[in-house]
Write a protein that binds this ligand. Structure first.
Ligand SMILES: Nc1ncnc2c1ncn2[C@@H]1O[C@H](COP(=O)(O)OP(=O)(O)O)[C@@H](O)[C@H]1O
Ligand SMILES: [Mg+2]
Length: 437
Protein backbone atom coordinates (compact mmCIF):
# COMPACT_ATOMS: atom_id res chain seq x y z
CA UNK A 1 0.00 0.00 0.00
CA UNK A 2 1.28 3.46 -0.93
CA UNK A 3 1.03 5.84 1.99
CA UNK A 4 0.18 8.68 -0.41
CA UNK A 5 -3.05 6.82 -1.21
CA UNK A 6 -3.73 5.31 2.20
CA UNK A 7 -6.40 6.59 4.56
CA UNK A 8 -4.28 7.17 7.64
CA UNK A 9 -5.54 10.21 9.56
CA UNK A 10 -2.72 10.52 12.12
CA UNK A 11 -2.83 13.26 14.77
CA UNK A 12 0.07 15.49 15.72
CA UNK A 13 -1.41 16.53 19.04
CA UNK A 14 -2.05 14.16 21.89
CA UNK A 15 -5.82 13.92 22.27
CA UNK A 16 -6.82 15.35 25.64
CA UNK A 17 -9.63 12.86 26.27
CA UNK A 18 -7.37 9.80 26.21
CA UNK A 19 -6.16 8.79 29.66
CA UNK A 20 -4.04 5.77 28.86
CA UNK A 21 -1.24 5.24 26.40
CA UNK A 22 -2.98 2.69 24.17
CA UNK A 23 -5.96 4.99 23.68
CA UNK A 24 -3.69 7.94 22.91
CA UNK A 25 -1.63 5.95 20.43
CA UNK A 26 -4.65 4.42 18.71
CA UNK A 27 -6.09 7.89 18.12
CA UNK A 28 -2.75 9.40 17.12
CA UNK A 29 -2.01 6.53 14.73
CA UNK A 30 -5.42 6.95 13.06
CA UNK A 31 -6.57 3.44 13.97
CA UNK A 32 -10.03 4.24 15.31
CA UNK A 33 -12.41 7.12 15.57
CA UNK A 34 -14.96 7.51 18.34
CA UNK A 35 -18.55 7.60 17.16
CA UNK A 36 -20.16 8.07 20.58
CA UNK A 37 -19.09 7.16 24.11
CA UNK A 38 -17.54 3.68 24.02
CA UNK A 39 -18.43 3.12 20.35
CA UNK A 40 -15.77 3.26 17.65
CA UNK A 41 -15.27 3.10 13.93
CA UNK A 42 -12.25 1.09 12.84
CA UNK A 43 -10.13 2.85 10.24
CA UNK A 44 -7.89 0.91 7.81
CA UNK A 45 -4.80 0.58 10.01
CA UNK A 46 -6.76 -0.40 13.13
CA UNK A 47 -9.02 -2.73 11.20
CA UNK A 48 -6.03 -4.66 9.85
CA UNK A 49 -4.81 -5.28 13.40
CA UNK A 50 -8.29 -6.28 14.55
CA UNK A 51 -8.51 -8.78 11.68
CA UNK A 52 -5.09 -10.24 12.49
CA UNK A 53 -6.06 -10.77 16.12
CA UNK A 54 -9.33 -12.32 15.00
CA UNK A 55 -7.44 -14.68 12.68
CA UNK A 56 -5.15 -15.95 15.46
CA UNK A 57 -8.13 -16.45 17.77
CA UNK A 58 -9.95 -18.35 15.02
CA UNK A 59 -6.98 -20.58 14.16
CA UNK A 60 -6.49 -21.60 17.77
CA UNK A 61 -10.21 -22.22 18.32
CA UNK A 62 -10.31 -24.38 15.21
CA UNK A 63 -7.19 -26.27 16.33
CA UNK A 64 -8.90 -27.07 19.65
CA UNK A 65 -11.87 -28.59 17.82
CA UNK A 66 -14.22 -25.66 18.25
CA UNK A 67 -16.55 -25.01 15.29
CA UNK A 68 -17.32 -21.52 14.06
CA UNK A 69 -20.88 -20.27 13.67
CA UNK A 70 -22.36 -16.79 13.57
CA UNK A 71 -25.28 -15.75 15.73
CA UNK A 72 -27.07 -12.41 15.37
CA UNK A 73 -26.42 -9.33 17.48
CA UNK A 74 -30.14 -8.72 18.05
CA UNK A 75 -31.94 -11.28 20.19
CA UNK A 76 -35.53 -11.78 21.35
CA UNK A 77 -36.15 -10.84 25.00
CA UNK A 78 -38.23 -13.99 25.50
CA UNK A 79 -35.14 -16.21 25.49
CA UNK A 80 -33.68 -14.17 28.32
CA UNK A 81 -36.96 -14.33 30.20
CA UNK A 82 -36.65 -18.12 30.15
CA UNK A 83 -33.24 -18.06 31.82
CA UNK A 84 -34.29 -15.30 34.21
CA UNK A 85 -31.56 -12.97 33.02
CA UNK A 86 -33.82 -10.44 31.31
CA UNK A 87 -34.50 -8.90 34.72
CA UNK A 88 -31.17 -9.82 36.32
CA UNK A 89 -28.95 -8.18 33.73
CA UNK A 90 -29.98 -4.63 34.59
CA UNK A 91 -29.21 -1.37 32.82
CA UNK A 92 -26.13 -2.72 31.00
CA UNK A 93 -28.48 -4.43 28.57
CA UNK A 94 -29.59 -2.37 25.61
CA UNK A 95 -33.30 -3.08 25.22
CA UNK A 96 -35.06 -2.44 21.95
CA UNK A 97 -38.68 -2.64 20.81
CA UNK A 98 -39.42 -3.53 17.18
CA UNK A 99 -42.32 -2.16 15.10
CA UNK A 100 -44.60 -4.96 16.32
CA UNK A 101 -43.92 -3.95 19.92
CA UNK A 102 -41.84 -7.06 20.49
CA UNK A 103 -39.08 -6.76 23.08
CA UNK A 104 -35.64 -7.31 21.63
CA UNK A 105 -32.14 -6.66 22.90
CA UNK A 106 -28.64 -6.14 21.57
CA UNK A 107 -26.79 -9.19 22.87
CA UNK A 108 -24.27 -8.64 25.69
CA UNK A 109 -23.43 -12.38 25.41
CA UNK A 110 -25.05 -15.45 23.84
CA UNK A 111 -25.66 -18.26 26.35
CA UNK A 112 -29.44 -18.16 25.88
CA UNK A 113 -29.26 -18.05 22.12
CA UNK A 114 -26.86 -20.96 21.77
CA UNK A 115 -28.83 -23.01 24.30
CA UNK A 116 -31.93 -22.38 22.22
CA UNK A 117 -30.18 -23.56 19.06
CA UNK A 118 -28.92 -26.64 20.83
CA UNK A 119 -32.16 -27.70 22.45
CA UNK A 120 -33.89 -27.72 19.08
CA UNK A 121 -31.28 -29.77 17.30
CA UNK A 122 -29.58 -32.18 19.66
CA UNK A 123 -31.48 -35.03 21.24
CA UNK A 124 -29.00 -37.73 22.18
CA UNK A 125 -25.78 -37.97 24.15
CA UNK A 126 -24.31 -39.62 21.03
CA UNK A 127 -24.18 -36.18 19.36
CA UNK A 128 -21.97 -34.86 22.17
CA UNK A 129 -19.51 -33.40 22.95
CA UNK A 130 -19.76 -30.20 20.91
CA UNK A 131 -17.82 -26.95 21.08
CA UNK A 132 -19.13 -23.98 19.08
CA UNK A 133 -17.95 -20.39 18.85
CA UNK A 134 -18.58 -17.14 17.11
CA UNK A 135 -16.85 -13.79 16.80
CA UNK A 136 -19.50 -11.13 16.99
CA UNK A 137 -20.09 -7.60 18.28
CA UNK A 138 -21.57 -7.26 21.73
CA UNK A 139 -23.19 -4.32 23.42
CA UNK A 140 -23.05 -3.56 27.13
CA UNK A 141 -24.18 -0.15 28.25
CA UNK A 142 -21.24 0.33 30.63
CA UNK A 143 -21.73 3.16 33.14
CA UNK A 144 -18.22 4.41 32.49
CA UNK A 145 -16.95 3.44 29.07
CA UNK A 146 -13.29 4.46 29.06
CA UNK A 147 -9.78 3.77 27.90
CA UNK A 148 -10.85 3.63 24.26
CA UNK A 149 -11.50 0.11 22.99
CA UNK A 150 -10.46 -1.41 26.31
CA UNK A 151 -13.79 -0.74 27.98
CA UNK A 152 -16.18 0.04 25.20
CA UNK A 153 -19.93 -0.25 25.01
CA UNK A 154 -19.84 -1.95 21.63
CA UNK A 155 -16.96 -4.43 21.42
CA UNK A 156 -15.92 -7.52 19.50
CA UNK A 157 -15.85 -10.75 21.45
CA UNK A 158 -15.04 -14.33 20.62
CA UNK A 159 -17.39 -16.48 22.65
CA UNK A 160 -17.39 -20.26 22.69
CA UNK A 161 -19.87 -22.63 24.27
CA UNK A 162 -19.39 -26.25 25.25
CA UNK A 163 -22.00 -28.99 25.52
CA UNK A 164 -21.40 -32.27 27.30
CA UNK A 165 -23.41 -35.06 28.84
CA UNK A 166 -21.63 -34.96 32.20
CA UNK A 167 -19.26 -32.90 34.33
CA UNK A 168 -16.04 -34.76 33.41
CA UNK A 169 -16.88 -34.06 29.76
CA UNK A 170 -17.48 -30.39 30.54
CA UNK A 171 -14.12 -30.20 32.30
CA UNK A 172 -12.41 -31.67 29.24
CA UNK A 173 -13.90 -28.84 27.17
CA UNK A 174 -12.83 -26.34 29.83
CA UNK A 175 -9.27 -27.64 29.69
CA UNK A 176 -9.19 -27.43 25.89
CA UNK A 177 -10.15 -23.78 26.04
CA UNK A 178 -7.70 -23.14 28.88
CA UNK A 179 -4.81 -24.40 26.76
CA UNK A 180 -6.09 -22.82 23.54
CA UNK A 181 -6.18 -19.46 25.34
CA UNK A 182 -2.57 -19.76 26.47
CA UNK A 183 -1.52 -20.45 22.91
CA UNK A 184 -3.69 -17.68 21.48
CA UNK A 185 -2.25 -14.96 23.68
CA UNK A 186 1.27 -16.25 23.34
CA UNK A 187 1.04 -15.94 19.56
CA UNK A 188 0.17 -12.26 20.01
CA UNK A 189 3.33 -11.71 22.03
CA UNK A 190 1.41 -11.45 25.29
CA UNK A 191 1.94 -13.05 28.64
CA UNK A 192 -1.62 -13.65 29.81
CA UNK A 193 -1.69 -15.28 33.24
CA UNK A 194 -4.59 -17.60 34.08
CA UNK A 195 -6.04 -16.59 37.45
CA UNK A 196 -8.83 -17.94 39.60
CA UNK A 197 -11.84 -15.71 39.13
CA UNK A 198 -15.37 -15.13 40.28
CA UNK A 199 -17.90 -16.06 37.65
CA UNK A 200 -20.12 -12.95 37.90
CA UNK A 201 -23.58 -12.72 36.28
CA UNK A 202 -22.89 -15.64 33.94
CA UNK A 203 -22.77 -17.92 36.97
CA UNK A 204 -21.00 -21.18 37.66
CA UNK A 205 -18.40 -22.63 39.96
CA UNK A 206 -15.13 -22.87 38.01
CA UNK A 207 -13.74 -19.85 36.31
CA UNK A 208 -10.41 -18.40 35.22
CA UNK A 209 -9.57 -15.01 33.87
CA UNK A 210 -6.54 -14.47 31.65
CA UNK A 211 -4.78 -11.25 32.57
CA UNK A 212 -1.95 -9.19 31.19
CA UNK A 213 -0.04 -7.29 33.82
CA UNK A 214 0.09 -3.55 33.11
CA UNK A 215 0.04 -0.43 35.25
CA UNK A 216 -3.11 0.72 33.50
CA UNK A 217 -5.01 -2.49 34.32
CA UNK A 218 -8.42 -1.95 35.85
CA UNK A 219 -8.07 -4.35 38.76
CA UNK A 220 -5.46 -5.42 41.28
CA UNK A 221 -4.38 -9.04 41.03
CA UNK A 222 -1.83 -11.28 42.69
CA UNK A 223 0.20 -14.24 41.52
CA UNK A 224 3.25 -16.39 42.06
CA UNK A 225 6.45 -14.91 40.64
CA UNK A 226 6.95 -18.07 38.55
CA UNK A 227 4.26 -16.81 36.19
CA UNK A 228 6.31 -13.71 35.47
CA UNK A 229 9.64 -15.47 35.04
CA UNK A 230 8.59 -18.53 33.08
CA UNK A 231 7.20 -18.89 29.57
CA UNK A 232 3.53 -19.77 29.49
CA UNK A 233 3.69 -21.73 26.28
CA UNK A 234 1.79 -24.92 25.84
CA UNK A 235 3.28 -26.62 22.83
CA UNK A 236 2.39 -29.67 20.68
CA UNK A 237 -1.06 -30.14 22.06
CA UNK A 238 -3.07 -33.27 21.45
CA UNK A 239 -6.49 -31.82 22.15
CA UNK A 240 -8.03 -35.26 22.21
CA UNK A 241 -5.60 -36.44 24.87
CA UNK A 242 -5.79 -35.80 28.61
CA UNK A 243 -5.00 -32.15 29.25
CA UNK A 244 -5.64 -32.22 33.01
CA UNK A 245 -2.01 -32.53 34.08
CA UNK A 246 -1.05 -29.68 31.78
CA UNK A 247 -3.78 -27.42 33.16
CA UNK A 248 -2.91 -28.43 36.73
CA UNK A 249 0.65 -27.26 36.08
CA UNK A 250 -0.76 -23.77 35.76
CA UNK A 251 -3.62 -23.84 38.26
CA UNK A 252 -1.49 -25.37 41.06
CA UNK A 253 0.40 -22.10 41.32
CA UNK A 254 -1.25 -19.22 43.13
CA UNK A 255 -2.85 -16.60 40.88
CA UNK A 256 -6.02 -14.73 41.79
CA UNK A 257 -8.12 -11.79 40.62
CA UNK A 258 -9.18 -9.20 43.20
CA UNK A 259 -12.33 -11.02 44.43
CA UNK A 260 -10.55 -14.33 44.82
CA UNK A 261 -7.44 -13.28 46.69
CA UNK A 262 -6.45 -15.29 49.73
CA UNK A 263 -4.45 -13.36 52.36
CA UNK A 264 -3.25 -16.53 54.10
CA UNK A 265 -1.80 -17.99 50.91
CA UNK A 266 -0.25 -14.68 49.95
CA UNK A 267 1.51 -14.48 53.30
CA UNK A 268 2.93 -17.96 52.78
CA UNK A 269 4.35 -16.95 49.39
CA UNK A 270 6.47 -14.18 50.86
CA UNK A 271 8.93 -12.88 48.29
CA UNK A 272 7.43 -15.09 45.61
CA UNK A 273 4.26 -12.99 45.63
CA UNK A 274 3.69 -10.42 42.90
CA UNK A 275 0.91 -7.87 43.27
CA UNK A 276 0.16 -5.92 40.13
CA UNK A 277 -2.58 -4.45 38.02
CA UNK A 278 -4.10 -6.57 35.29
CA UNK A 279 -6.05 -6.28 32.04
CA UNK A 280 -8.56 -9.08 31.51
CA UNK A 281 -8.28 -10.36 27.95
CA UNK A 282 -10.09 -13.67 28.35
CA UNK A 283 -12.45 -15.41 30.72
CA UNK A 284 -13.58 -19.02 30.87
CA UNK A 285 -16.49 -20.42 32.87
CA UNK A 286 -17.88 -23.80 33.71
CA UNK A 287 -21.49 -23.33 34.76
CA UNK A 288 -22.98 -26.81 34.57
CA UNK A 289 -26.72 -26.91 33.99
CA UNK A 290 -27.58 -23.29 34.79
CA UNK A 291 -29.04 -22.56 31.35
CA UNK A 292 -29.90 -26.06 30.20
CA UNK A 293 -32.17 -26.63 33.23
CA UNK A 294 -33.98 -23.31 33.02
CA UNK A 295 -34.37 -23.55 29.25
CA UNK A 296 -35.05 -27.27 28.95
CA UNK A 297 -31.97 -28.27 26.96
CA UNK A 298 -31.80 -32.01 27.57
CA UNK A 299 -30.51 -35.10 25.81
CA UNK A 300 -31.31 -38.76 26.21
CA UNK A 301 -28.44 -40.38 28.12
CA UNK A 302 -27.08 -43.93 27.53
CA UNK A 303 -29.83 -45.35 29.74
CA UNK A 304 -32.54 -43.44 27.88
CA UNK A 305 -33.10 -41.05 30.78
CA UNK A 306 -33.20 -37.35 29.94
CA UNK A 307 -30.35 -35.31 31.40
CA UNK A 308 -29.71 -31.59 31.28
CA UNK A 309 -26.67 -30.53 29.25
CA UNK A 310 -23.47 -29.64 31.06
CA UNK A 311 -22.19 -26.35 29.67
CA UNK A 312 -19.42 -23.81 29.80
CA UNK A 313 -18.70 -20.52 28.06
CA UNK A 314 -15.41 -18.99 27.06
CA UNK A 315 -14.79 -15.38 26.02
CA UNK A 316 -11.91 -13.44 24.49
CA UNK A 317 -12.01 -9.65 24.16
CA UNK A 318 -10.91 -9.37 20.52
CA UNK A 319 -11.22 -5.57 20.23
CA UNK A 320 -9.87 -5.03 23.76
CA UNK A 321 -6.77 -6.98 22.72
CA UNK A 322 -5.80 -4.27 20.25
CA UNK A 323 -5.43 -1.85 23.16
CA UNK A 324 -3.96 -4.46 25.50
CA UNK A 325 -1.19 -5.35 23.04
CA UNK A 326 -0.27 -1.66 22.76
CA UNK A 327 -0.24 -1.31 26.56
CA UNK A 328 2.22 -4.20 26.64
CA UNK A 329 4.33 -3.06 23.69
CA UNK A 330 5.14 0.60 23.03
CA UNK A 331 7.77 3.26 23.75
CA UNK A 332 7.85 7.06 23.79
CA UNK A 333 7.83 7.20 20.00
CA UNK A 334 4.78 5.01 19.50
CA UNK A 335 3.47 1.48 19.05
CA UNK A 336 5.70 -1.59 18.66
CA UNK A 337 3.60 -4.28 16.98
CA UNK A 338 4.51 -7.93 17.40
CA UNK A 339 4.88 -9.28 13.88
CA UNK A 340 1.92 -11.65 14.22
CA UNK A 341 -0.64 -8.85 14.53
CA UNK A 342 1.16 -5.96 12.79
CA UNK A 343 -0.95 -4.11 10.17
CA UNK A 344 2.00 -4.36 7.75
CA UNK A 345 5.27 -6.18 8.24
CA UNK A 346 7.48 -3.59 6.55
CA UNK A 347 7.46 0.19 6.19
CA UNK A 348 9.41 1.29 3.11
CA UNK A 349 10.70 4.85 3.42
CA UNK A 350 11.79 6.82 0.41
CA UNK A 351 13.82 9.65 1.93
CA UNK A 352 13.99 11.66 -1.30
CA UNK A 353 10.91 11.58 -3.49
CA UNK A 354 12.25 14.26 -5.85
CA UNK A 355 15.20 12.06 -6.81
CA UNK A 356 14.37 9.90 -9.83
CA UNK A 357 16.92 7.24 -8.96
CA UNK A 358 15.57 6.94 -5.44
CA UNK A 359 11.98 6.71 -6.67
CA UNK A 360 12.88 4.03 -9.22
CA UNK A 361 14.79 2.01 -6.61
CA UNK A 362 11.94 2.24 -4.08
CA UNK A 363 9.30 1.33 -6.66
CA UNK A 364 11.37 -1.71 -7.56
CA UNK A 365 11.85 -2.76 -3.90
CA UNK A 366 8.13 -2.29 -3.31
CA UNK A 367 7.29 -4.55 -6.25
CA UNK A 368 9.78 -7.21 -5.11
CA UNK A 369 8.53 -7.29 -1.54
CA UNK A 370 4.91 -7.46 -2.65
CA UNK A 371 5.80 -10.14 -5.16
CA UNK A 372 7.22 -12.19 -2.29
CA UNK A 373 3.93 -11.81 -0.39
CA UNK A 374 5.24 -9.31 2.17
CA UNK A 375 2.78 -6.70 3.41
CA UNK A 376 4.41 -3.29 2.85
CA UNK A 377 3.38 0.25 3.63
CA UNK A 378 5.36 2.40 1.20
CA UNK A 379 5.96 5.98 2.34
CA UNK A 380 6.16 7.69 -1.03
CA UNK A 381 4.90 11.06 0.25
CA UNK A 382 6.88 14.22 -0.50
CA UNK A 383 7.57 14.80 3.19
CA UNK A 384 10.71 15.53 5.15
CA UNK A 385 12.69 12.52 6.38
CA UNK A 386 11.99 13.50 10.00
CA UNK A 387 8.24 13.37 9.44
CA UNK A 388 8.52 9.94 7.84
CA UNK A 389 10.63 8.53 10.66
CA UNK A 390 8.23 9.87 13.28
CA UNK A 391 5.14 8.52 11.51
CA UNK A 392 6.69 5.08 11.02
CA UNK A 393 7.73 4.88 14.67
CA UNK A 394 4.25 6.00 15.72
CA UNK A 395 2.41 3.32 13.74
CA UNK A 396 4.90 0.72 14.91
CA UNK A 397 5.52 -1.61 11.96
CA UNK A 398 8.11 -4.25 12.95
CA UNK A 399 10.59 -3.37 10.16
CA UNK A 400 11.54 -0.14 8.41
CA UNK A 401 13.45 -0.25 5.15
CA UNK A 402 15.05 3.16 4.74
CA UNK A 403 16.20 4.13 1.27
CA UNK A 404 18.14 7.31 0.49
CA UNK A 405 20.26 8.52 -2.43
CA UNK A 406 23.51 8.37 -0.47
CA UNK A 407 23.22 4.68 0.41
CA UNK A 408 21.96 3.79 -3.04
CA UNK A 409 25.23 4.99 -4.58
CA UNK A 410 26.97 2.10 -2.84
CA UNK A 411 23.93 -0.19 -3.13
CA UNK A 412 23.03 -0.11 0.56
CA UNK A 413 19.89 0.57 2.59
CA UNK A 414 19.09 0.73 6.29
CA UNK A 415 16.92 -1.87 7.98
CA UNK A 416 15.54 -0.67 11.28
CA UNK A 417 13.98 -3.09 13.69
CA UNK A 418 11.29 -1.14 15.54
CA UNK A 419 11.54 -3.27 18.69
CA UNK A 420 15.26 -2.82 19.32
CA UNK A 421 15.86 0.43 17.45
CA UNK A 422 18.86 -1.16 15.76
CA UNK A 423 19.33 0.11 12.21
CA UNK A 424 22.21 -1.64 10.45
CA UNK A 425 23.16 -0.59 6.96
CA UNK A 426 23.38 -3.47 4.53
CA UNK A 427 23.39 -4.30 0.82
CA UNK A 428 19.91 -4.06 -0.68
CA UNK A 429 19.97 -7.74 -1.64
CA UNK A 430 20.71 -8.75 1.95
CA UNK A 431 17.86 -6.58 3.20
CA UNK A 432 15.41 -8.10 0.74
CA UNK A 433 16.53 -11.62 1.63
CA UNK A 434 16.04 -10.88 5.32
CA UNK A 435 12.61 -9.31 4.94
CA UNK A 436 11.24 -11.96 2.60
CA UNK A 437 12.57 -14.91 4.62
N1 LIG B 1 -16.80 -3.38 27.86
C1 LIG B 1 -15.89 -4.14 27.27
N2 LIG B 1 -15.10 -3.63 26.30
C2 LIG B 1 -14.17 -4.40 25.68
N3 LIG B 1 -14.00 -5.71 25.96
C3 LIG B 1 -14.76 -6.27 26.91
C4 LIG B 1 -15.74 -5.53 27.61
N4 LIG B 1 -16.36 -6.35 28.50
C5 LIG B 1 -15.77 -7.55 28.36
N5 LIG B 1 -14.81 -7.52 27.42
C6 LIG B 1 -13.94 -8.64 26.99
O1 LIG B 1 -14.72 -9.79 26.77
C7 LIG B 1 -14.23 -10.88 27.58
C8 LIG B 1 -15.38 -11.72 28.07
O2 LIG B 1 -16.32 -10.92 28.76
P1 LIG B 1 -16.89 -11.25 30.22
O3 LIG B 1 -15.91 -11.97 31.04
O4 LIG B 1 -18.24 -11.79 30.05
O5 LIG B 1 -17.00 -9.71 30.71
P2 LIG B 1 -16.80 -9.04 32.14
O6 LIG B 1 -15.52 -9.57 32.71
O7 LIG B 1 -16.72 -7.56 31.81
O8 LIG B 1 -18.01 -9.39 32.91
C9 LIG B 1 -13.49 -10.20 28.71
O9 LIG B 1 -12.48 -11.05 29.21
C10 LIG B 1 -12.93 -8.97 28.05
O10 LIG B 1 -11.70 -9.27 27.43
MG1 LIG C 1 -14.92 -11.47 32.74
Amino acid sequence: MRLSAYFLPTLKETPAEAQIVSHRLMLRAGMVRQSSAGIYSWLPLGFRVLKNIERIVREEQDAAGCQEILMPTIQPADLWRESGRYDDYGPEMLRITDRHERDMLYGPTNEEQITDIFRHSVRSYRELPKLLYHIQWKFRDEVRPRFGVMRGREFLMKDSYSFDVDKPGAMRAYNKMFIAYLRTFERMGLKAIPMRAESGPIGGDTSHEFLILADTGESEVACHRDFIDADLVASDIDYEGDLQHLVDGFTDKYAATDDERDPAKEKELGDALVIARGIEVGHIFYFGTKYSKSMGAVVAGPDGEETALEMGSYGIGVSRLVGAIIEASHDDAGIIWPESVAPFKVGLLNLKTDDDGCVAACDDIYAKLRGAGVEVLYDDRPERAGVKFADMDLIGLPWQLVVGPRGLKSGTVEVKERKTGERPEMPLETALAQLTA
